[in-house]
Design a protein around this ligand. Structure first.
Ligand SMILES: Nc1nc2c(ncn2[C@@H]2O[C@H](COP(=O)(O)OP(=O)(O)OP(=O)(O)O)[C@@H](O)[C@H]2O)c(=O)[nH]1
Ligand SMILES: [Mg+2]
Length: 468
């Protein structure tokens, strides 16, 4: 079975009540139990009573459903893979249900360890490639000669030998994260397939499922132990002149999460390590499927249940999104504008900005979503700033950028205009598109944006439901 085939068409527990639906009532009265078809007055009276009871039930059900809808807000987080949807979901959780994040904290260790080991493995693989280049092939730079001499190679060989016990644990951590089934190796992320209990109303957190798994506990404890023994080796690798050269001169880029965890390895390797909020926001765990997270939101007009849908963003998963488009109040679309020099993992010819624009326009044109509010978050602003400061030229990747200055303010305005223009062209429902620049790892700034976005969504929701 393919991954997509396993994605439920609808969220269990979210289907409309069917016992006395209008559709079933119609068929009931017209064919089975039309009161007029009984000639005996006593039977007719009984049939009339039953029919009246059904009518009352239908009315009650409609009122119940309407008041439920008044108190429910459905929000979808959309965007390409690695745009920051799950990170935003955690920020929502932090804002409204920080106690649940507290409970989850220890469970995130497994992902932190897996991300860290993957970063180490990636560095070693890149060094392999580096050392395999002949002198003619080596990209000589103004930085001077490459430290790929025999002594550097021998030092790396020794570090690698010492790191093997740690690297060999990656498989068992990943297997626990994917429940040992259908794990698909992925270059950039840890793959997380849908599992039982993910689609719950209570907003069950996937990693917390692992709390009671003996195998997961064993794998995490083993990783913690080996990490404690190898932390100095990781640091030596990270500081090694060949690695330093590779990152600087060849501008090799590791995952953002990998870089962060490598720089924090000493803290992470402590025996009593518990992930900090920052760590939980930095982890990379690829979502597969659609995950519903529910939280109570106390806002203008009382208490509401917010149902936030976090989706997997790879191309192959996008067709599954539309099963969830019914009754959506708002869409929060994330576009990582730092990705102007990157291409899709599952389509290496498509620039990631181009993909984001196309995806947004197809969502704007979707009739099922015509009543949904649209919010666009131009995300990963921190990385965009760093890239521009280090001299990466936008026009090399996006020709239409032309000769504009390669600085942050010009680039940010260019991307904003670009997305707004695409929306204006395709949104036949003439909705307003609300735009914010975000760095999803910045808690304080993101919480301010969440408050403003919520206010916007709630105001429209109250107006809409007031008219119902
Ligand atoms: N530096 C930086 N990193 C970010 C930002 N937003 C998200 N990230 C990181 O980017 C990586 C991917 O973020 P996710 O939230 O997992 O992305 P996603 O959209 O859920 O991806 P899929 O589940 O594959 O669709 C994670 O390691 C995040 O910590 C940001 O604004 N700045
Ligand atoms: Mg995700």
């Amino acid at each position: 079975m393919t991954e997509l085939a396993r994605i439920p068409r609808r969220v269990p527990g979210r289907t409309r009540p069917t016992s006395y639906s209008v559709a079933s009532r119609k068929s009931f009265t017209s064919s089975t139990l039309s009161v007029a078809q009984f000639t005996d007055p006593a039977t007719q009276a009984t049939a009339q009573r039953i029919s009246d009871l059904i009518d009352e039930d239908i009315k009650r059900e409609a009122v119940r459903r309407q008041s439920e809808r008044r108190k429910e807000v459905k929000v979808m987080l959309l965007g390409q893979a690695e745009s920051g949807k799950s990170t935003l979901q955690k920020q929502f959780q932090l804002y409204h249900a920080s106690h649940t994040l507290e409970v989850e904290r220890p469970s995130w260790r497994i992902v932190v360890y897996a991300n860290l080991i993957k970063a180490v493995r990636t560095i070693l693989a890149e060094l392999d490639y580096e050392f395999s280049l002949s002198l003619d092939e080596y990209p000589w730079t103004s930085e001077g000669s490459a430290p790929t001499d025999v002594s550097a190679q021998n030092e790396i060989l020794e570090l690698r030998r010492n790191l093997l016990p740690l690297i060999s644990l990656e498989g068992s951590l990943l297997s626990e994260l994917s429940e040992g089934i259908s794990f698909v190796g992925h270059r950039r992320g840890t793959l997380f397939p849908p599992r039982k209990g993910m689609f719950t109303r209570s907003g069950t957190r996937p990693v917390t499922d692992l709390r009671d798994s003996t195998n997961a506990i064993v794998a995490v404890n083993r990783a913690a132990q080996v990490l404690g023994m190898t932390v100095h080796v990781i640091e030596a690798l990270w500081r090694h002149r060949s690695v330093e050269h590779m990152l600087r001169a060849r501008k090799l880029r590791l995952d953002e999460s990998g870089l962060f965890f490598l720089s924090e390895v000493r803290r992470i390797a402590q025996p009593d390590y518990i992930p900090s909020t920052d760590d939980m926001l930095h982890v990379r765990l690829q979502t597969v499927g659609v995950i519903e997270h529910s939280m109570k939101v106390n806002t203008v007009g009382g208490n509401y249940i917010w149902r936030i849908y976090d989706v997997g963003g790879t191309r192959s998963q996008r067709p599954a999104w539309c099963s969830y488009f019914d009754d959506v109040n708002a869409l929060i679309f994330l576009a990582p504008i730092s990705a102007f020099d990157q291409y899709l993992e599952d389509d290496p010819l498509t620039n990631r900005i181009h993909d984001s624009v196309e995806l947004l326009t197809s969502i704007c044109a979707n009739k099922l979503l015509k009543d949904a509010q649209l919010i666009l978050l131009l995300n990963k602003v921190d990385i965009l700033r760093k890239k521009l400061e280090s001299g990466v030229q936008i026009r090399q990747y996006i020709v239409s950028y032309g000769n504009r200055p390669n600085n942050y303010s010009t680039a940010a305005e260019y991307f904003r205009t670009h997305f707004l223009a695409a929306h204006k062209k395709k949104d036949t429902f003439q909705r307003r598109l609300y735009v914010h620049f975000t760095t999803m790892l910045d808690v304080q700034a993101t919480q301010i944006i969440i408050a403003s976005v919520e206010d916007l969504i709630m105001r429209k929701h109250i107006v809409q439901t007031g008219l119902m």
